[in-house]
Design a protein around this ligand. Structure first.
Ligand code: ADP
Length: 250
């Protein structure tokens, strides 16, 4: 379980990115985080794997105080909390399989990572992960030969190869066309259901959030203004979440 208890995040310049966050997310939930640009969605997601440090309150994952982690324990923790980005973050000049294999680098002796020496077990895990996202046939294709949706699937496979319990996805479909975005959301749904991996997704498209995620968290100016079932998100709730913005929500 991911648990925020009165969590705050103040950036070094004094800006309060998150205020008084209280939140509990059970294992296996598929949660969308929505809100205006700058509301704090990305900050919220990134505190969970310590890409950002919280500055007040308490944040625990399965009882472990995230702020107590460092060095080896932080690396071990990050293995169970996978991260997906808008920009895929692939090494585009190498093959798909090599990209997925990089999931194992943090745990490898330096000489293996320098020479890119992977064992059979790692190679099998990487191939299985590609199979899970339906692109096993692309294993030996260079990553830059793939479409955006396929590249995001490679990123998803790389995360799955590390056997995560949680996946944090920061605007994973923002760079994709609507059809491909739906395909990637279907991948997330399948992985969430079949593997019971908790998924938190920061998503700009309200229609996709409501269609695919069971729970929605709405953030406005660093505060949670809605936390409930997707089916109960109506116009009034959306007005609260998007209050003060000039952006139109889709
Ligand atoms: P969202 O993901 O909802 O678009 P973010 O979480 O990225 O929003 O940002 C929340 C707020 O925190 C924004 O106003 C942003 O400008 C501010 N912010 C983000 N990173 C920093 C930083 N390193 N220093 C100061 N302010 C920041």
């Amino acid at each position: 379980m991911i648990k925020f208890e009165d969590v705050g995040k103040r950036y070094p310049n004094g800006y309060e990115g998150l205020k008084h966050i209280d939140l509990e997310i059970e294992q296996g939930e598929f949660v969308a985080i929505i809100g205006l640009s700058g509301a704090g969605k990305s900050t919220l997601i990134r505190t969970i794997n310590r890409m950002h440090d919280v500055t007040s309150g308490k944040l625990t994952v399965d009882g472990t105080d995230v702020m107590s982690l460092s060095g080896k324990s932080l690396r071990r923790f990050r293995r169970k909390v996978g991260m997906i980005f808008q920009s895929f973050n692939l090494i585009t000049r190498t093959t798909v399989i090599n990209n997925v294999l990089t999931a194992f680098v943090p745990d490898m002796p330096w000489y293996r990572s320098v020479f890119g020496i992977y064992n059979q077990e790692e190679k099998m895990k990487a191939l299985e992960a590609l199979d899970k996202v339906g692109i096993l046939d692309k294993a030996f294709v260079r990553a830059d030969q793939l479409s955006g949706g396929q590249q995001q699937r490679v990123a998803l496979a790389r995360t799955l190869a590390q056997n995560p319990e949680i996946i944090l996805a920061d605007e994973p479909v923002a760079a994709l066309d609507p059809v491909t975005a739906k395909q990637v959301m279907n991948d997330f749904t399948r992985i969430n259901k079949e593997m019971n991996i908790s998924i938190l997704i920061n998503i700009h498209h309200v229609d996709l959030a409501l269609k695919y995620c069971s729970r929605v968290i709405g953030i406005n100016a660093g505060e949670i203004v809605y936390d409930g079932p997707a089916v109960e998100v109506d116009k009034e709730v959306l007005n609260k979440i998007y209050k003060g913005g000039r952006e139109e929500h889709e």
